[in-house]
Design a protein around this ligand. Structure first.
Ligand SMILES: NC(=O)c1ccc[n+]([C@@H]2O[C@H](COP(=O)([O-])OP(=O)(O)OC[C@H]3O[C@@H](n4cnc5c(N)ncnc54)[C@H](O)[C@@H]3O)[C@@H](O)[C@H]2O)c1
Length: 333
């Protein structure tokens, strides 16, 4: 079989592209092909090369188009604790990927400040006031969001949490301190996840993604942290059960376990807890990366779990990093 340059040309999308690729139209080698040298084998190899280049080019075009739109284009996301730290960075990451973002926080002026940092159409993002420890407030927030956007959020990240009255040894801990820790971190997550799931089911949201926040300490018991570890381990296990129960409604549930992350919470905490500060060190000693995480490095994990790229990931606990080693030899490093 004799394959001429005309034969090649008929299979190509455009001569223009070939010119840009510095190829002579119809010939991958860049020179004219004579019938004599065009054995069947050579022709097949060249045809295959053309199809590979064509496939590569097509793939690149699609990827760039998707990028332009964003991985969360057309999605509505709700983030509690969106007024500061990790929650704020998640709002920014979601907006960057094309989502409309409902920013909720007990501190509504902080939530409004977050709005001013979000990319995309500013009218598509809104701020809401909520105390996640109150079931009435959480339900009111979902009612308002669903009414404002005429649908339920398909992405919900209950990030509001923290260490309200500090941590400490069990013998010294007050009942109030323990209860508040559980109410803010664990009950707040439960109330938000429950209201989110109900709203998603009622509004027939098909690709729901709920992403809770635990902590790496949930898997590494250490003295002085019982209440926080109990709350965050609770969040982790609660999310796994939610994944099983909500799968039939098309809702995926995952939890993220960040290590020490540079946020106002961590600044406050390190300033407050003198002796415990030593467990972390000042510069991330013992952490695999040798430093604390930036908020956007944690937020990127949320974007993955929110997007369809993680369509099979549910019931997972994703560790963003290992916690600092507590053994004496590495402390000294
Ligand atoms: N920073 C870290 O190293 C780290 C590590 C692991 C997990 N986490 C978790 O990440 C989450 C965010 O922490 P951060 O470091 O960004 O803290 P942060 O203090 O910077 O932000 C917490 C936000 O939650 C809001 N909030 C507090 N109580 C609330 C309530 N009752 N209702 C609604 N909003 C409320 C605050 O106003 C604030 O805007 C927390 O759940 C925390 O436990 C943080």
């Amino acid at each position: 079989m004799c394959v001429t340059s005309r034969h090649y040309r008929s299979r190509l999308p455009s001569d223009k592209w070939l010119t840009r690729g510095r190829l002579v139209p119809g010939n991958p080698s860049g020179r004219e092909v004579g019938c004599a040298e065009s054995s069947e084998l050579v022709a097949r190899v060249r045809t295959l090369s053309f199809y590979s280049l064509y496939a590569l080019r097509t793939h690149r075009t699609v990827t760039m188009a998707e990028r332009k739109e964003g991985r969360l284009a057309g999605r509505l996301a709700l983030v509690t604790g969106g007024g500061s730290g990790i929650g704020r960075a998640i709002c920014q990451a979601f907006a960057r990927e094309g989502a409309k973002v409902a920013v909720a926080d007990i501190n509504v002026s902080a939530a409004k400040e977050t709005l001013s940092l979000l990319q995309g159409d500013p009218t598509s993002h809104r701020a809401y006031e909520v105390d996640v420890m109150s079931s009435e407030a959480v339900q009111e927030m979902f009612k308002a969001v669903c009414s404002d956007y005429k649908t339920a959020p398909s992405i919900v990240a209950p990030i509001a949490g923290g260490i309200p009255l500090g941590v400490g040894n069990i013998l010294d801990m007050s009942e109030k301190s323990f209860s508040l820790m559980i109410d803010l971190n664990l009950k707040g997550t439960f109330l938000t996840v429950q209201a989110a799931a109900k709203a998603m089911v009622d509004n027939e949201v098909k690709n729901g993604s709920i992403i809770t926040i635990s902590s790496r300490v949930a898997e590494s018991p250490r003295a002085g942290w019982s209440s926080y570890i109990a709350a965050k381990a609770g969040v982790q296990q609660f999310t796994k059960v939610a994944a099983i129960e909500l799968a039939e409604h098309g809702i995926r549930c995952n939890t993220v376990l960040p290590g020490v992350t540079k946020t106002p919470l961590m600044d406050r905490h390190l300033a407050m807890e003198g002796p415990l500060k030593n467990q972390y060190g000042a510069s991330g000693t013992g952490i695999p990366m040798g430093r604390f995480a930036e908020v956007n490095e944690v937020a990127n994990v949320f974007t993955f779990l929110a997007s369809d790229e993680s369509s099979y990931v549910s019931g997972a606990s994703i560790k963003v990093s290992e916690p600092p080693c507590t053994c004496p030899c590495r402390h000294g490093a």
